[in-house]
Ligand binder design. Structure first.
Ligand code: FAD
Length: 439
């Protein structure tokens, strides 16, 4: 465990050089923070290990507590990581391990089910080292982050499910369902959409909301791709949404979203056999001009179906020494392609705020202010996409008429720069005027 706080910001460094020793703000900040050295991180998914790495960079050592006994859950789902997310990891020198566990997908092309090409989706400016947006298996992402955190000396304990949180003076305790506990100076709730930490921080927070779509996906090597590797083809079909990408290794990754008005339970979904689901998927895409049918037929129907959710952030993301990050704080539904990237950004911004503020509440306030507008905007964008995916009947006809017009008017690189070209300057003190793309 570290014994004092390490200040890394250049402003602090220069002020320290300019001011007389007796008035050194760096030293007094360190003194005030004396003793705040250890963070408990709940959740070993995406946000948790990233936050541990980021906090380590500002001199706080962290331990990750993960509910699952192993890391191999949710195997199978694929995820896109966009350039803003990869750049957030770059500030921690951690983007290459994630990038290299996936494959580059620098282009997206959007189509209507009638075969009309809507245009290219913009994905932002590649990073200075040539890094492009990627698609990665969910398990591979978890494993890469976990390995990187372990490599940097972060302890990760499995089989530790948080049950309660308690403040004890200037410390906070995590109480686990197995009867054990851990005590630290701050607690970061990175425990995902069903967060237990959120119940402690914001008992009346908005609950996850079903967005009217269910999703699944698969990978096949048994179809020769009809399109170039690294291009995500997205088809807004007559009855459902289908996306597919040829990987650099010749496999094709696909995913589908089906509108469904009422939220199914896991039991409802499991009650239908894989073959029946395959039939339903084939029926859903039968009228579309899309690569769906051969890809679905070539994939063994051992689908994992998931109802899609989103969730507005609570009014306050923190309470005392406890703060929420990633899906525990806000959920922008898989349609945004931003859940993991937002989690990376949260982790990095949280570390900067902890570095630059004296006590946890002040740091957490600053962190929430840095993040709230941006995650709200991502959530709103995903809701629009969900409406397009779920359109049926008249609204689908309207969508097909207006979509090409909207694409022509609004689909410009500039319109998406706020999202994909967002870059965080880790070393810049949070009080400095933000650069245009660092908000
Ligand atoms: C099917 C699907 C597709 C998606 N596609 C994309 C995509 O393309 N791009 C993208 O950026 N995002 C995507 N997302 C969203 C993305 O997965 C999440 O936003 C991201 O994983 C959030 O990271 P997190 O660490 O906050 O939560 P999680 O990754 O869910 O991690 C939370 C962790 O906390 C653990 N945990 C939960 N409760 C407790 C407890 N009480 N005690 C201890 N540990 C606990 C969980 O086991 C888990 O390991 C997708 C999500 C889904 C479901």
């Amino acid at each position: 465990m570290l014994t004092s706080f390490q200040i890394t910001s250049p402003r602090s460094y220069f002020l320290g050089k300019l001011l007389p020793e007796w008035d050194d703000p760096v030293e007094s900040l360190e003194q005030e923070r004396e003793g705040m050295t250890h963070a408990l991180i709940i959740g070993g998914g995406v946000a948790g290990p990233t936050a541990a790495i980021a906090l380590q960079k500002v001199g706080i050592d962290a331990t990750v507590y993960e509910a699952y006994a192993t890391t191999a859950h949710d195997v199978g789902a694929s995820m896109g990581i966009s350039l803003n997310g990869l750049d957030a990891l770059r500030t921690l020198d951690a983007h290459t391990v994630v990038r290299d566990a996936g494959f580059p997908v620098p282009r997206g092309v959007m189509w209507l089910g009638n075969g009309r090409r809507l245009g290219e989706g913009h994905t932002g400016t590649p990073l200075a080292d040539g890094t492009l947006p990627i698609v990665i298996g969910r398990y591979d992402l978890y494993a890469a982050l976990r390995q990187e955190a372990l490599r940097r000396g972060v302890p990760i304990h499995h089989g530790k499910r948080l049950a309660h949180v308690e403040h004890r003076g200037d410390q906070v305790a995590a109480l686990f369902t197995d009867g054990t506990e851990a005590v630290g100076d701050l607690l970061v709730g990175a425990d995902g959409i069903g967060s237990t930490t959120r119940r402690f921080v914001a008992p009346h927070a908005p609950r996850p909301r079903y967005v009217g779509l269910i999703g699944t996906g698969g990978i096949t090597r048994d179809v020769t791709p009809q399109f170039d590797p690294g291009v995500m083809n997205m088809v807004f079909g007559r009855r459902a949404f289908f996306a597919s990408i040829a990987s650099t290794d010749g496999s094709v990754w696909w995913f589908a979203n089906l509108p469904r008005a009422d939220e199914p339970t896991a039991a409802d979904l499991a009650a239908t056999s894989g073959w029946r689901w395959q039939q339903r998927l084939l029926e859903a895409f039968a009228e579309d001009r899309s690569p769906a049918a051969p890809l679905i037929r070539a994939t063994p129907p051992d689908y994992t179906w998931f109802p899609m959710h989103d969730m507005r952030a609570p009014k306050r993301w923190h309470r005392g020494r406890v703060v929420l990050i990633g899906d525990a704080a806000h959920v922008s539904s898989p349609s945004s392609g931003q859940g993991a990237s937002m989690a990376f950004e949260d982790a990095v911004q949280l570390a900067r705020c902890v570095r630059d503020r004296v006590d946890p509440p002040a740091a957490f306030d600053a962190y929430q202010r840095l993040r709230a507008d941006r995650v709200g905007k991502v959530l709103a964008g995903a809701r629009q996409v969900n409406r397009s995916k779920a359109a049926t009947g008249v609204s689908r006809v309207l969508r097909d008429v207006t979509f090409p017009l909207l694409m022509r008017k609004f689909n410009t690189p500039e319109a998406f720069a706020w999202l994909y070209d967002h870059r965080i300057d880790f070393d810049r003190p949070i009080d400095d005027q933000p650069a245009a793309n660092d908000r």
